[in-house]
Write a protein that binds this ligand. Sequence first.
Ligand SMILES: Nc1ncnc2c1ncn2[C@@H]1O[C@H](COP(=O)(O)OP(=O)(O)O)[C@@H](O)[C@H]1O
Ligand SMILES: [Mg+2]
Length: 319
Amino acid sequence: MTDVISLTGLAKTFGRGAGATRALDGLDLAVAAGEVHGLLGPNGAGKSTTLRILLSLLRPDAGEVRLFGQDAWRDAVALHRRLAYVPGDVALWPDLSGGQVLRMLAKLRGRKGDDKRLAELLERFDLDPGKKGRAYSKGNRQKVMLVAAFASEVELLVLDEPTSGLDPLMEAEFRACLTEEKARGRTILLSSHILSEVEEVCDRVTIVRRGRVAESGTLAELRHLTRTLVSAEVERLPSGFDRFQGLHEVRITELGGGGGLGGPDGLDGAQANGGVRLECTVDTDHLSELMVALGTEGVRSLTSRPPTLEELFLRHYAA
Ligand SMILES: Nc1ncnc2c1ncn2[C@@H]1O[C@H](COP(=O)(O)OP(=O)(O)O)[C@@H](O)[C@H]1O
Ligand SMILES: [Mg+2]
C-alpha cells in the first residue's frame, strides 16, 4: 500500500551567503496509513520546516513530497481537503469568534456539521467559542484549531507541537483524543520535542537532528539499539571485571559498613566487606553475560531498566 506521507531527500536553506541556515539537509520520512508517527527533535531541528513543506506552504530546494501517493504541490487543493493541519503558532482572524472559525473550517473540509461532536470537543477542551480571535491566548487559539481538526473527518492530521500552549490537564485530554482518533484509523503526524507525549501515543518515531533523520523506527526498535541501565549491589566484583565487553559509563562505589553519610574520607578506608555498588550501561547483547557474572558474586540488589526516551535523546544530541 502507498504511504500517506512520503518525503524523500528534502533540502531547504533559508537566506544566502554567510547568514544562510540549512534547515533541511536530505530528510526522508514515510508515514503509512493508520499510523501515528512522531517527528521528534530539539528546537531548530527542522520539524516545522518539514511540515510546512509537506503542506505546500514552503517550497523545498530539492526533494520529493508525496501525499496520498500524489504530488503534494501540484495536487495541493484536492489533497488539502483530506487533511487538517494545526501549525505551531496558530494565528486566528481577530474579528471572528472561535465558533465562527470552527464553522468555517468545517465547511472548508466539506462537512455537513456534526454539532454533537463539536460540542463534546469544546466541552473536553474547556473552550469558549463565543470569544473573538484577538481575545484568545496562544493556548486557546491552539485549542480552536485542535478542536477543528478532531471534529473533522479528514484522513490525515498534521500537528506541529500541538501541546506547546496547553496546560497538563489539556495535554491529557489531547492524548486521549489522539488515542481515539488512532482507533478510528486516522493517520497522524505529530511533531514534538516532548518525549513523553510521543512515547505514549506513537506507533513509530523519527528523530530529526540538524535537518536530517538521526533514527527512525518503532520505539521498541530504537530501544533495541540502546543500552540497558544496570544498578547492582554485590559482595564483590566478578573476577576479570575490567575485561568485560559492552560496558559503558561504569561507576563503582565501595560500600562501607558505616551507612550512607560518609564523604570521600568515609569511603577511603572501606575495604572491609561492605560490598560494592556497580552502576553502568550495558549494550543489550552483552547484558546476559553481565547478569550471569554478577549472579555468582552474591547479588544483594539489582535493578535494570531500558533508557527513557529522554536519555535516548540526550545521547543523540550530546555530540
Ligand atoms: N522563515 C525562516 N527564515 C530563516 N530561517 C528559518 C525560517 N524558518 C526556519 N528557519 C531556521 O531553520 C531551522 C529549522 O527551523 P524549524 O523547522 O522551525 O525547526 P523546529 O520546528 O524543529 O524547531 C532553524 O535554524 C530556524 O531558525
Ligand atoms: Mg517548530
